[in-house]
Design a protein around this ligand. Sequence first.
Ligand code: FE2
Length: 206
Amino acid sequence: MAKRQSIENPRNISAQPRFHQRAREIQSYGTVSHMLPLELEEPVRLEMTEQLNQLLADTMTLRDLYKKSHWQVAGPTFYQLHLLFDKHYNEQVELVDSIAERIQLLGGVSLAMAADVAETTQIERPPRGREEVPVQLSRLLDAHQTIVRYVRTLARRASELGDDGTNDLVVSDVLRTNELQIWFLSEHLVNVPLVEAKESPAISAA
Ligand SMILES: [Fe+2]
C-alpha cells in the first residue's frame, strides 16, 4: 500500500527512472503554433514551413547521397573525391540544421526521420550498391539541380509574402552553397588529358 502511494503522489520524489513512456503529440506535423512576435501571419508561416520541409527533405537526401559517395567511391581519384564528398556533406549538414530550425522558429514542425524524408524527397533513389565515379557525380549534380530549381521559386515566394528571413536563408546559404558545390563537381566531368596534352593542329602540320 505504501509503495502504491509513493507512485501516485507527485510530491514524493523518487530516484527510479520512468522508462517506456508514450503520450500524445504536443503538436501535429503540418501545423504552426505559438505566434512569436515575428510580424508574420499564420497563413504565411504555414506556406513557408510546408515549402521549407520540402527543401529540408531534399537537402537531407543530398547530404546522405554525399556520405554514400564518400564511402563507396573507387578509382584513381579516390582520395580527392573521398575528401571532397565529405567536405560537401559537412556543408549540407549545416544547411539541414539551419532549414530545420527556421521551420521550428516559424512555429512549424520539421521533418526529421529517414522514413519521412524518403517519402517526401523529389530526388531519385540510388541503388544500394556501388556505382562508378561519373555516375556518382551525375547523381549528385542532378540532386543539386533539383534543389536549386526549388530554391529559386521558394526565394521569390518568400519575398512576395514578406518573409525576408526565409528569403535570406535560402538565397544566402542554401542557393550559394549549392551553386559552389555544383561548380566543384562539374569540373570533374570535363574530359581533359591527365598527363599528355593533345597536339594542336598548327604544331602537327608544321
Ligand atoms: Fe569518413
